[in-house]
Design a protein around this ligand. Structure first.
Ligand code: PMP
Ligand code: GLN
Length: 381
């Protein structure tokens, strides 16, 4: 059998989570909370099940959830999306991203990705027959290099994929960044896939940092699939429900693929999420919740020889390992899991060519006691 994805093996998240559980290590690798979601949310879902909402929902998602998403986008970003023709509920952000790519990328089209990037993007583009054009974020700062982005655009460029707050670097794009992207794309027909799964985890609001959704910029919104995930926002990564918001013409193409690669998404979970979203406070309170965990974790790491990189958003903290070890990132993560009992993810996993810059990623979406146990173990380094 000739493989369609010769460069792809098992994802780093599976590899590190398996090793962490074999070695009984504290798993700060794969990004998922080790605490439970709000019991009210579980109640809302079980209530939907009890009410018999257990059969196929509409292909596009249940109307009440699409309306709740549209209302949120309007309230937070001032853009009106039509719940009927512009919002689709997906099986997590993963399915939203591959579906958007399959819907618009033709064989031979180029799609720009900014490296490091989430590990599904490049294989998704290749499965569509497209060519991933990898533009590096500035090494060290992980800021976008707009000259390089502009230079990568040509007549074959179909789309660009961006992700803010960013996995793995935890950087957040500013308003100026988004305006610059809008300016570069203005004379082109390049589409935008904006992965905003960490939209509600942006820190240091006191310093003026906010999530600059593509929805806020007319020239971007008009060409954008905006993707998010309820898994991240409500501490339910295992439920695998997300959404995509896009102008009606793009949504129509998206749905042509969506109806054949998943058709539709878990009914009671959609109803439960819709009821729960009537209260905005859970997502409005999320930055403060995670900023406290970030600060706790950073304060502990500051006592080690790891060099801390900024964590502006998401639930990740990257560290430079140069002072701690001579190992490459991937070997270091295996060593750390096996010998120290803390799992992390090497940044090289987020580069198409495995670029090693001696940086690893920790996830701090954990109970304080888990973070404290990890810090106790890391204190030796
Ligand atoms: N994009 C990014 C940047 C992510 O970090 C993740 C989750 N790890 C996803 C997409 C996928 O989200 P979901 O679990 O909703 O499919
Ligand atoms: N998004 C999560 C992370 O970056 C993991 C998702 C997955 O396991 N595929 O850690």
């Amino acid at each position: 059998l000739q493989t369609k994805l010769p460069a792809v093996g098992t994802t780093i998240f599976t590899v590190m989570s398996t090793l962490a559980s074999e070695k009984d290590a504290v798993n700060l690798g794969q990004g998922f909370p080790d605490f439970d979601c709000d019991p009210k949310l579980v109640g809302a879902v079980t209530d939907a099940m009890t009410r018999g909402l257990n059969q196929y929902p509409p292909m596009t998602g249940v109307p009440v959830l699409r309306e709740a998403v549209a209302a949120k986008l309007q309230n937070l970003h001032g853009r009106s999306y039509d719940a009927g023709s512009e919002i689709t509920i997906t099986a997590g952000a993963t399915q939203a991203i591959i579906t958007a790519i399959l819907a618009v990328v033709h064989p031979g089209d180029e799609v720009i990705v900014l490296e490091p990037c989430y590990d599904s993007y490049i294989p998704n583009i290749e499965l569509a027959g497209g060519i991933a054009v990898r533009v590096p974020l500035v090494p060290g700062s992980f800021r976008p290099d707009f000259d390089k982005i502009a230079a990568a655009i040509n007549g074959k460029t179909r789309a660009i994929l961006i992700n803010s707050p960013h996995n793995p670097s935890a950087t957040v794009w500013s308003r100026e960044d988004m305006l610059r992207l809008q300016e570069i794309l203005a004379p082109t027909e390049v589409l935008l896939i904006s992965d905003e799964v960490y939209e509600h985890m942006v820190f240091d609001a006191a310093q003026g940092r906010v999530h600059e959704s593509a929805a806020r910029f007319p020239g971007l919104a008009a060409r954008a699939f905006i993707v998010s995930s309820f898994g991240k926002t409500y501490h339910v990564t295992g439920w695998k429900v997300g959404y995509v918001a896009a102008p009606a013409a793009l949504t129509a193409e998206f749905r042509k693929v969506h109806q054949f690669n998943v058709f539709t998404v878990n009914t009671p979970v959609q109803h439960g999420l819709a009821a729960y979203m009537a209260d905005a406070s859970p997502y409005l309170d999320l930055p403060v919740f995670y900023q406290r965990k970030r600060d706790l974790f950073r304060a502990g790491l500051a006592k080690t020889r790891f060099k801390l990189l900024p964590s502006e958003g998401s639930y990740f903290q990257c560290v430079d390992i140069s002072e701690v070890s001579d190992l490459g990132e991937a070997d270091f993560c295996k060593w750390l899991t096996t010998e120290i009992g803390v799992a992390a993810i090497p940044l090289s996993a987020f580069y198409g060519n495995g670029f090693d810059q001696r940086v690893v990623r920790f996830c701090f979406s954990k109970k304080d006691e888990t973070l404290n146990l990890a810090l106790e173990r890391l204190a030796k380094l």
